[in-house]
Every structure is written in structure tokens, then in C-alpha cells.
Design a protein around this ligand. Structure first.
Ligand SMILES: Nc1ncnc2c1ncn2[C@@H]1O[C@H](COP(=O)(O)OP(=O)(O)OP(=O)(O)O)[C@@H](O)[C@H]1O
Ligand SMILES: [Mg+2]
Length: 300
């Protein structure tokens, strides 16, 4: 396992729809994986700097993604770890990242602008999670999809998500055909789920099964006001004083279990023969399973 991890696994979190849980998922996934002992880099490639703000890092206090992509500055000096959870590093973003396209020389292949930095990051981290902006055409989104080997789609269970799923499928098929045949869908995670959206979620689950068989995550994330509250404080839900008792904290940890299991056993996962993460079938965990969400729905 140790040797596999040295390779550095890169997951781009995306959805061209805005405000659908990309940043929240990317931040909590990186934090949960770091709590499991992995060294993690969260790359904020969105000019609106959502992940940077979510981790309480002031967007203009540091150089970061923009310098990484436009200068020779090495990754090591651009990442921030001060005040962040142990083993979690952040490559911060700031609004000027929106001008990246015009800052790059016309000779640069925009789809490959992340490759050098990502190759360096893979030697340093077990997991690299990329938070992308809500636009499939943005330079950073294209570069992330061209360099990562996994794509994770985050979505709210909203009727618009039905269209979002097909769009995401098209984007990924296009990237695979033209630029990065290694890119695979790691999974689709629904967040901000409540009891009222259960029926819609079932429809969305069916659609995921039809479009991307086997790629639905068993874990979904409930709607919980503690998420925006903690984000406003520049923290994850794992830093809440009652974190152990928060449903959403357990759900994000379960999502990290699934992500770890799928990525560490890529071939079996892609071949459709991978079961659930180890330990998921013990009675105690089964009692807590999907179930957590259903129980929540019944109380909602
Ligand atoms: N499970 C949840 N329960 C309640 N609120 C949530 C949940 N997940 C996300 N939110 C809130 O929904 C809003 C949008 O989430 P987020 O910023 O993660 O979406 P995004 O897709 O990254 O948005 P953008 O496209 O603007 O980057 C945020 O205010 C976030 O705090
Ligand atoms: Mg975002």
C-alpha cells in the first residue's frame, strides 16, 4: 500500500453548475483523507477562492495557484499549512487567477498548464484534490481534467442536476477522447440532501446508474446548517467541538473511505469487481450505513 501511495493520486472535483457543493466536498474530502493519515494537497483552482476561504486562509495574503501556473516558483514554497489540519496543505487561489488565460504566452498549450506542477505534487503527497470553478471551459478546469486521473462529480439533488449529470458525462467523454484517456469517473456524490429530496435522489441515482454504471457513491451528505456555519468561520465540520456527534462529519469520513478504497484498487474498481471498503460489513457499521441518511430523512 505504501508504494502505491507514493505515486500521488489526483482527483479533480467538478461540475459546470455553480453552487452545487464542489468546494465543500473537495475541502472535506481532503481533510478526511488527511485524518486517515494521508498527506493531502488541496489545490484551489477557482478564482473565487472558495476552498481558500473555507479553510480560513485570506485570499490575498499568499502567492499560490496563479504563481504556480505562471512562474517557475516551486510548489513547496507556494503551499500553505499554517493553521490547517495536520497533513493537509493548501495551494491558495485569488481573484487574479481569472486572468490566467491572458497571462499565458500564446505558445503555451492551455490544457497542459498544470502538468509540471502536478508531477511535482505527486511525489510529495498521497492525494491531490483539485477544486475547479463552475465552468467546463475555464483554463484551470480544462487543465485539471487533462492532468488528473479521477473526476469526482459533486451535485445537489435538484431537478437541474439531471441536466448537469449529462453535461458532465459529455465533458468527461470529450476530455478522454481528445486529451486524457486516463481520466475516469471516480463517483458522483449528492450533498445537501434532505428528507424532501429523497424521491428526486432516487431518480438521480437511477440516472447515474444508467450513465455511469457502478460510479454512484453509497455515501450521500445531508443538508446541515453546520456546514455553511463552519465554512464562515474558515473551518471544516471536523473542527466543530461536537464533531464526533455530527452526522455530516461521519458522512464525509465515509465518503473518504469509499474514495480511498476505489483509488487504491483502481483496476478492480474499473473492472467492476471491487466490493465495499474493508470493515463496512461489520454489524456496527452496517447499522450506521446509508441508513444514516435515511434516519435523518425520517426525522427531517
Ligand atoms: N450539505 C450541505 N448542507 C448545507 N449547506 C451546504 C451543504 N453543502 C454545501 N452547502 C452550502 O452551499 C453553498 C454552495 O456550496 P459550495 O460552495 O460547496 O458549492 P460550489 O459548487 O463549490 O459553488 P461554486 O460553483 O460557486 O464554486 C455554500 O454556501 C455551502 O456552505
Ligand atoms: Mg466552489
Amino acid at each position: 500500500m505504501e508504494t502505491r501511495l507514493k505515486k500521488g493520486i489526483c482527483i479533480a472535483v467538478g461540475n459546470q453548475k455553480g453552487g452545487v457543493g464542489k468546494t465543500t466536498t473537495a475541502v472535506h474530502l481532503a481533510a478526511a483523507l488527511s485524518m486517515r493519515g494521508h498527506t493531502c494537497l488541496l489545490m484551489d483552482l477557482d478564482p473565487s477562492a472558495g476552498a481558500t476561504k473555507h479553510l480560513g486562509v485570506h485570499q490575498n495574503s499568499y502567492a499560490g495557484a496563479l504563481e504556480l501556473l505562471t512562474t517557475e516558483e516551486p510548489l513547496e514554497v507556494l503551499v500553505v499549512n499554517e493553521g490547517l489540519p495536520e497533513r493537509l496543505h493548501l495551494l491558495p487561489a485569488r481573484p487574479q487567477l481569472a486572468e490566467l488565460d491572458s497571462m499565458l504566452s500564446k505558445f503555451v498549450d492551455r490544457t497542459r498548464v498544470l502538468d509540471r506542477a502536478l508531477a511535482a505534487a505527486r511525489h510529495l503527497y498521497d492525494f491531490i484534490i483539485i477544486d475547479t470553478p463552475p465552468s467546463a471551459g475555464a483554463v484551470t478546469t480544462v487543465a485539471a481534467y487533462s492532468a488528473a486521473e479521477w473526476f469526482l462529480l459533486a451535485a445537489f439533488p435538484h431537478p437541474l442536476a439531471l441536466a448537469g449529470l449529462s453535461e458532465a458525462c459529455r465533458d468527461i467523454a470529450d476530455v478522454r477522447a481528445r486529451r486524457n484517456p486516463e481520466l475516469e469517473v471516480l463517483g458522483v456524490v449528492f450533498t445537501n440532501v434532505d428528507g424532501r429530496t429523497r424521491k428526486l435522489r432516487a431518480q438521480l441515482d437511477d440516472l447515474v446508474q444508467a450513465l455511469m454504471p457502478g460510479r454512484r457513491f453509497r455515501t450521500a451528505v445531508s443538508q446541515a446548517v453546520v456546514i455553511p456555519t463552519m465554512s464562515g468561520l474558515g473551518k471544516t465540520v471536523f473542527e466543530h467541538e461536537l464533531s464526533d456527534r455530527l452526522l455530516v462529519a461521519r458522512q464525509f469520513k465515509r465518503l473518504a473511505d469509499e474514495v480511498e478504497h476505489r483509488t487504491l484498487h483502481r483496476d478492480r474498481f474499473l473492472g467492476g469487481t471491487l466490493g465495499e471498503p474493508p470493515g463496512w460489513n461489520t454489524p456496527a457499521l452496517l447499522a450506521m450505513a446509508d441508513d444514516l441518511l435515511e434516519a435523518h430523512g425520517q426525522h427531517a
